[in-house]
Design a protein around this ligand. Sequence first.
Ligand SMILES: [Zn+2]
Length: 274
Amino acid sequence: MDIIDFHTHYVRKEDINPIWLNYLESINPQFYARMDDFSKQPELFKDYLKAQGVKYAVVLPECAPATTGFVPTEEVIEYCRGQEMLIPFTSLNPNVHPDPAAQIQSQVKEGGVKGLKLHPSYQFFYPNEPRLYPLYAKAQELVIPVVFHIGSSIFKGTRLKYCDPIYLDDVAVDFPELRIIMAHSGRGFWYDDCFFLSRLHRNVYMDITGLPPQNLLSYFPEMEKNREKILFGSDWPTIPTDIGKNIEAVKALPLSDRTLEAILYRNAEKILFG
Ligand SMILES: [Zn+2]
């Protein structure tokens, strides 16, 4: 079975704040020891992905200087350039970028960016604020999906209120063609809300990034019914295990092959490649 990992991070020691760097060292010492090599050599990451059974990976920058750090989109574009299996997204921040709609246009047209990541609780905005609307309109026009971090985080400085999935309801209604992905599916206390929203709105999806696979059916007992709206992501390298082990744990769940294929590949394929 082919796999798309919809959520990996590009990290460079110089770009991320000590809070993330130290956590990375504790949770994934193997990666940490080779972090400089990984950040300089996309080949190394590609070989790793292949060994884990991953065909394509979304690679995320991170513009959150007040919390986790500032990994510029330009670095991710450069890293993924010419690497078919690495799919660059952009990270824009309404408190840093004065005109994110103009920026995404050039990143898509010139940089080959395939999606947008927003991080309300690290970047401090409510997803339904009017100042974000020109960015959503541009993403919708460019047919670019938007991933929102929706859920708790262990990093100090996080302001959880911005992650309440209810604010995405407005966005889903006002931009009916914009594909909205709730990364982490409300981790902590919004599992039911995220599941409900993704059932309610044709354009809203949830991803299982950072959730223990063995617990998924207790969080979402009706996963099977929502098979077209769930995506797999690993959150590599900030994970305590290999991506392949994560994939195996998902495959071990009592779900139909049709559902597993949709979650591990087909839904992401539709969003990324049409
Ligand atoms: Zn992440």
